[in-house]
Design a protein around this ligand. Structure first.
Ligand code: FAD
Length: 423
């Protein structure tokens, strides 16, 4: 009798889940586990890394994952602490020889993988993005420094895998000994709903598929995406798939095949290509994170320099966080973030540029604030984009500063976005 455990990380789904499929193919019994890492879920440490809006979204996703696993005959344990201690302990109690997990890209997660691999039989699979490191047409050390060159290289002779089948049974005789704690018991306060939010984001793989279907097929938004994607108000201007992609409630490959289906059945145009193009940014920052490791979380980012950048002053930074700067466009975006966990891509670019270039503050502090508050927080995309705007990343033109007045005039000409959030 061969037993394995599946350690769910940012792959909170049953469908298109390589690591689950592989464990089920290779083991007679499979026990599932999710670990609430105390370094992330600790609400009393500073800086806070997990805000209550994202916590709620992840918990909804976990509850649905549990329902699905139980429905297939399986069991999931919810452990608190650190994977490096908890996984070997659980394997011993269950009598598992192997642990299967999705490979992550960011430093803390890859460090966990390195440490665990020295203690247990850890089988890491793909699933986080469209490609794995081994699929790239260049060695990671040769990762192009700028996005356009990365895109050209990966798009040449590009192959995208087909979807993994969904399992119909998870054999497991183990009875669960833990349950998902309540958010309140972990110190999270409930955030009231705001009717101005772009969308009522609900966690879970079912919601992910439901929204993707609505946005692409029913609301028919994909065909116009390239023209609308810089919008600021409402559900339709961009796909809003990021919270589900970041938690792995849906895979990037599932989104890719849905785009292809739409192109075959309805229309293929610049907009349908552009959604894929944006997913390539996500891929790019995943590989930047793999290539540069801990550096992307440090002030000098990818730049090897000893230059001491100004850290700014706490009062100015606080005003930016609270949406109390002299700039109304920035304030509206920052209030939207604090209230709903969401900010459009256009908003993110502008508030980041403003913090760094107009207010002269530290980009890293801005990135940490986003880490706490964004509902779609992803280490690679967040720190990758922030480094870019902080002038220590992949921008071929570092110190690119947005003209905030022009941006607001162009993207919010009738002030509807500013009025919505500032009254
Ligand atoms: C300062 C800053 C911080 C950011 N932090 C995050 C983050 O923590 N998590 C996150 O998912 N995205 C982050 N982004 C990227 C981008 O703003 C969001 O992915 C996008 O706004 C999400 O909305 P959407 O799903 O409607 O995107 P769409 O426009 O519909 O794009 C589809 C998908 O493509 C990917 N994507 C699009 N733009 C980017 C980009 N610039 N970089 C990487 N991937 C992209 C996302 O997965 C997105 O869901 C950040 C951007 C900036 C400028």
């Amino acid at each position: 009798m061969k037993k394995g455990i599946v350690w769910f990380r940012n792959n909170l789904r049953i469908s298109d889940n390589e690591c689950l499929v592989r464990a089920l193919d290779e083991c007679d019994e499979v026990l599932c586990v999710y670990i609430l890492e105390s370094r992330i879920w600790n609400t009393s440490s500073e800086p806070v890394r997990m805000g209550s809006i994202r916590a709620k979204f992840i918990f909804e996703s976990l509850k649905e994952l549990e329902r699905e696993i139980n429905g297939l005959g399986g069991t999931i344990e919810f452990l608190q602490g650190g994977a490096v201690d908890e996984i070997p302990r659980l394997m011993e109690s269950f009598g598992a020889e192997l642990c299967y997990a999705q490979k992550e890209d960011a430093w803390e997660e890859t460090e966990q993988e390195r440490v665990l691999a020295n203690q247990i039989n850890l089988i890491l699979t793909g699933g986080k993005g469209i490609w794995e490191e081994a699929d790239l047409p260049f060695a990671l050390e040769g990762l192009p420094a700028v996005f356009s060159s990365f895109r050209r290289k990966v798009e040449k002779n590009m192959q995208i895998r087909s979807l993994f089948r969904s399992p119909d049974r998870i054999a497991c005789s183990w009875k669960a000994k833990t349950e998902l704690p309540t958010l309140g018991s972990l110190g999270f306060e409930e955030s009231p709903k705001d009717e101005r939010a772009v969308l009522d984001f609900l966690g879970g793989a079912k919601e992910a598929k439901k929204w993707m279907h609505q946005w692409i097929w029913e609301r028919d938004c994909l065909k116009d995406y390239k023209e609308t994607r810089n919008g600021l108000v409402g559900a339709d201007y961009s796909s809003k798939l990021s919270p589900w992609l970041s938690t792995g409630c849906i895979s990037a490959v599932e989104v890719y095949w849905e785009i292809k289906k739409y192109e075959e059945e309805r229309v293929a145009n610049d907009s349908t290509y552009w959604l894929f193009f944006e997913l390539l940014w996500r891929e790019f920052f995943r590989f930047v994170a793999r290539r540069y490791g801990a550096q992307i979380f440090k002030r000098n980012g990818m730049k090897e320099t000893d230059e001491k950048k100004s850290l700014g002053d706490p009062k100015t930074f606080q005003r930016w966080k609270e949406g109390r700067t002299p700039n109304a466009f920035v304030n509206a975006n920052m209030i939207e973030l604090a209230t709903t966990g969401w900010m459009s891509n256009r908003g993110r670019q502008n508030v980041a540029s403003y913090l760094v270039h107009d207010l002269g503050q530290d980009w890293l502090a801005g990135a940490k604030h986003f880490e706490e508050h964004l509902i779609d927080y992803d280490p690679c995309s967040n720190y990758g984009n922030w480094m870019y705007l902080g002038g220590v990343g992949n921008d071929p033109r570092p110190n690119r500063a947005f003209n905030l007045e022009k941006q607001a005039e162009y993207y919010d000409p009738d002030h509807s976005f500013r009025k919505l959030w500032l009254g």
